[in-house]
Design a protein around this ligand. Structure first.
Ligand SMILES: Cc1cc2nc3c(=O)[nH]c(=O)nc-3n(C[C@H](O)[C@H](O)[C@H](O)COP(=O)(O)OP(=O)(O)OC[C@H]3O[C@@H](n4cnc5c(N)ncnc54)[C@H](O)[C@@H]3O)c2cc1C
Length: 419
């Protein structure tokens, strides 16, 4: 039986796999993209119903195609983003095969390349790019036992308020997902508790420019690594309802009860850390520092952007901050469900090669792994802050395509001509 061969096999046809395919097409590198579901599946079925992109249409896209029917400053709905990637794949004629799952990749013995086992047979390739996403496996911390008398889901499985049982809802995690879901539930008339950890909450827009623009001109998308000690600081930003700055005080004033970090569960009672006021204060400080950096940029460059003095005003602390709830009896509070918006981990169990460090994390430099021929794409902070975002992954893919092309040139060198 003959085994199909290609130069580079890309696993996953989300935005990362499509960007990778575009750059390999441009470099003339033969390749195949395998996707176990549909193109950009996560944007269709891995997000809640009302979700819109966190960045405006002019920014959250690849350079080669605009969102044709979306206002440049609007936030496209998740289905529209998925359709965008389907259109993009068609435009570049990406060799994507959907419905094919990669179950195992292992290095060939005594010859170059890798053997890739899939749900549709075996393929051999000289290179493999793992473009399976940073947000693969929903993580729920082991705080509340699964047999406790409360429904528990991860934000990955949240769809809309109607899916939740009657009663109050506790949302744990106040990053972009948690805060948007909590807001949606409160707007739907639910009593909502929100457990708030360390976060940044940039202004949605300031002085007439969206925060994605400010991150760009201030060089913050390009920051190479998280500042030490900020590894667990999430970012709370939203394009919902036309795009509004996340202000936890506003949410509290509208009826949401803010809580510190969720710590323990015992006999139906949840305990929260005494860190709510500190977390909110640090979020405020990050918000204000961005305004200051933006003001300094405007002055330095002599720009004429509208003044926004009111943006610098921080409202008074709501009661739930000054008298924080430290313990909550779920039954007494009427809490019938918990949504854990607590992030994701990655599973590379199918990639059985030496491309991982001792802790099992990808061992790589800008996506080029320690196992020659194995590449990663779409990892958090792969090369910079922007790496997991739509526009950022496109640039990381170009770097990997360059690396693959350079290696091909070495291998194509025939050796010195005979004298
Ligand atoms: C809730 C949420 C909102 C986000 N909003 C934004 C936003 O507004 N703007 C922005 O720029 N970024 C956003 N992101 C970040 C990022 O853009 C998305 O997570 C995006 O989906 C990542 O794309 P990806 O291609 O790296 O991974 P994915 O979209 O996860 O694609 C990976 C693909 O690999 C496939 N796959 C996995 N394993 C295998 C296998 N073994 N064989 C074959 N196929 C496999 C999967 O089916 C999947 O389709 C958001 C992330 C989350 C979680």
């Amino acid at each position: 039986m003959t085994i199909e061969e290609t130069d580079t096999l890309i696993v996953g046809a989300g935005q990362a796999g499509i960007a990778m395919s575009e750059h390999l097409c441009k470099a003339g590198v033969p390749h195949i993209v395998l996707e176990k579901d549909r193109i950009a599946e996560r944007w269709r079925t891995g997000r809640w119903d009302s979700m819109v992109a966190n960045g405006p249409a002019w920014h959250d896209r690849f350079p080669g195609l605009k969102f044709s029917d979306t206002d440049a400053d609007a936030f496209p709905a998740k289905e529209r983003v998925a359709d965008y990637f389907v259109d993009y794949a068609k435009m570049i004629d990406a060799p994507i095969r959907t419905g094919v799952e990669v179950s195992r990749v292992a290095r060939n013995t005594n010859r170059a390349g890798f053997r890739i086992e899939t749900s549709n047979g075996v393929i051999e390739a000289r290179n493999v790019v793992a473009a399976t996403g940073a947000f693969q496996c929903p993580v729920i911390p082991p705080v509340v036992p699964s047999d406790a008398d409360v429904m528990q889901i991860h934000s990955f499985d949240y769809r809309n308020p109607d899916q939740m049982p009657g009663g109050a809802v506790l949302v744990v995690g106040a990053g972009s997902s948690g805060v948007q879901i909590a807001d949606e539930l409160m707007r739907a008339g639910r009593r909502v508790y929100l457990s708030v950890g360390p976060h940044e909450r940039p202004p949605r827009a300031y002085r007439g420019r969206d925060f994605v623009w400010w991150l760009g001109v201030l060089g913050l998308w390009d920051v190479a690594a998280m500042a030490p000690g900020t590894e667990h600081v999430t970012i709370a930003v939203s394009g919902a309802y036309g795009g509004k700055t996340i202000d936890f005080r506003d949410l509290a004033n509208e009826g949401m009860t803010l809580l510190g970090m969720t710590r323990r569960f015992d006999s139906g009672v949840l305990t929260f850390a005494p860190d709510l006021a500190g977390n909110i204060a640090n979020g405020d400080a990050s918000y204000l520092s961005m305004l200051q950096a933006a003001d300094a940029y405007v002055s330095r460059n002599g720009m004429d952007l509208v003044q926004e003095p009111d943006a610098h005003k921080i409202g008074p602390d709501p009661d739930c901050m000054t008298n924080p709830v430290r313990e909550l009896n779920l039954a007494e509070a009427g809490i019938s469900s918990i949504i854990w918006a607590t992030g994701f981990s990655q599973d590379f169990g199918w990639l059985q090669v030496g491309a991982f460090d001792k802790s099992g994390k990808p061992d790589h430099q800008r996506g080029v792994s320690s196992e020659p021929g194995i590449y990663f794409l779409g990892l958090p902070w792969q090369s910079r802050r922007g790496s997991t975002f739509i526009w950022g992954v496109w640039h990381d893919a170009r770097h990997i395509a360059d690396h693959i092309s350079t290696q091909r040139k070495y291998l194509q060198y025939p050796g010195p001509a005979d004298p």
